[in-house]
Design a protein around this ligand. Sequence first.
Ligand code: IPE
Ligand code: IPE
Ligand code: MG
Length: 240
Amino acid sequence: MNQKINPNNMPRHIGVIMDGNGRWAQKRGMMRTSGHRHAMNAVKTAISYCSQIGIEVLTLYAFSTENWKRPVEEVSVLMNLIVEFLLKETPEMKANNVVLRFIGDLSRVPEKSIKAIDYSVNEMKNNSGLLVNIALNYGGRNEIVHAVKSICQKVGEGDLSIDQINEQTFAEYLYTVGEPDPDLIIRSGGETRLSNFLTWQSAYSELYFTDVFWPDFGEDEFDNAILYFQAKDRRYGGIG
Ligand code: IPE
Ligand code: IPE
Ligand code: MG
């Protein structure tokens, strides 16, 4: 870890929009999908580094509700890579005390991926270290609609009254129930948008954008993002 980082002011929760795999590959005259393959090393580094430096929650945006618009071959490579990653990396993540959670609408995710997800999540269920959320078929708006439907159902069944609905209770119906909001959101790949990532939870997140493509994103880039975060005065509407 960079010496300038203050260990007493670490972000509790870091969200990452892992963008730029396709352009990383195209720049090298390679297929977009080989960018996704190389991205797996960066995912591995992100998990082990965040675990090592004591981050509590790491949310990785793996596939958005909009990514179905891509060619079927690319979607299928992405889904297969997730299975491959889970089967290969679960023992090491388990040994590193990682807890794994999937956030998103998994009903549209292929059966083969669900099997690998269940296996990995179950393997790590008794761990107590870094919580890694993999956002898969995740969309912030989809998550909010899903929460609203669950709340309506509870109200309809008489298990919840309208007066009980507030920001805290609402958050209990999100996929991230029980987790702190992301303090820092990192987006690689040069774009400066959130692309439907953690829409509710990002209300007061610090945003760090970098041109570095995700397959090149390593420990030094995490350090740069954390230093950027630590230089911020988080006023939350107050006067600091
Ligand atoms: C991010 O990289 C990975 C996913 C969205 C699944 P991209 O595939 O979006 O890469 P670019 O943005 O086209 O370079
Ligand atoms: C956001 O990247 C989604 C993921 C990283 C999984 P996209 O490449 O899909 O976002 P846009 O299309 O540039 O907004
Ligand atoms: Mg992209």
